[in-house]
Write a protein that binds this ligand. Structure first.
Ligand SMILES: Cc1cc2nc3c(=O)[nH]c(=O)nc-3n(C[C@H](O)[C@H](O)[C@H](O)COP(=O)(O)O)c2cc1C
Length: 195
């Protein structure tokens, strides 16, 4: 794995994380692991502790999994069908006291915690926006105050050789990011933070 422009050592779980498409279709995830990743998400910080996150958990072979898979775009379905879990993430956009303006932010924090716990369990996760929000809403009767946001595929790594050729190339491509100097500023906008 290549991470360009790294200026400092980071936690190995963060460094090793990536969004694979090759999942092992034959290796299920234990109940304990599923609870651990959801529990990790549950303890995320949120604005006013509003906890505006919900997760709909499909396990390969069950009806929930089939419905989430159906909602995926064709390009995602082709590889995501090998994942052991498909988790639909949902943001609560309105609460008792009005709009929850940080709902998507906080759902993202919870999802990041879920993904890191997944890595700690020896699994991998791949988040996706490519799915029909309307189909997901209909499939699960999601109320109007809630928005389907992403689907996270989770499973053990599979063999990249089993992927269609175009996807196989992407699987092996080096990962890259915008440099830190273009990302973290100090003093004025655009002025790189100097440590
Ligand atoms: C909100 C969100 C939506 C994404 N949607 C898709 C998607 O529909 N299909 C896909 O293959 N990857 C999707 N990704 C994965 C990104 O392409 C991936 O995270 C990015 O290229 C960086 O690669 P890495 O996660 O391996 O570091 C999504 C990621 C996020 C966070």
């Amino acid at each position: 794995m290549t991470i360009r422009n790294s200026l400092a050592a980071i936690h190995p779980l963060i460094a090793a994380r990536r969004s694979p498409r090759a999942f092992d279709p034959a290796r299920p995830v234990s109940d304990e692991a599923v609870y651990a990743m959801l529990e990790a998400a549950r303890w995320a910080p949120s604005a006013f502790n509003s906890q505006p996150w919900r997760f709909i958990v499909g396990r390969k072979g069950d009806e929930t999994y089939a419905r989430i898979l159906d909602a995926l775009s064709e390009g995602n379905r082709v590889w995501a069908r090998n994942a052991s879990l498909l988790i639909l993430t949902v943001a609560q956009e309105h609460g008792e006291h009005g709009p929850l303006r940080y709902a998507w932010h906080d759902l993202g924090l919870a999802t990041a915690q879920l993904i890191l716990q997944v890595m700690a369990l020896g699994l991998y996760a791949h988040p996706m926006a490519g799915f029909s929000k309307d189909a997901a809403r209909d499939a699960f009767g999601i109320p109007v105050d809630f928005a389907p946001v992403a689907v996270v595929a989770v499973g053990y790594l599979g063999d990249a050789a089993d992927l269609p050729e175009a996807l196989r190339e992407r699987e092996d491509a080096p990962r890259s990011r915008r440099s830190l100097s273009e990302t973290a500023f100090q003093g004025t906008w655009g002025h790189p933070a100097v440590l």
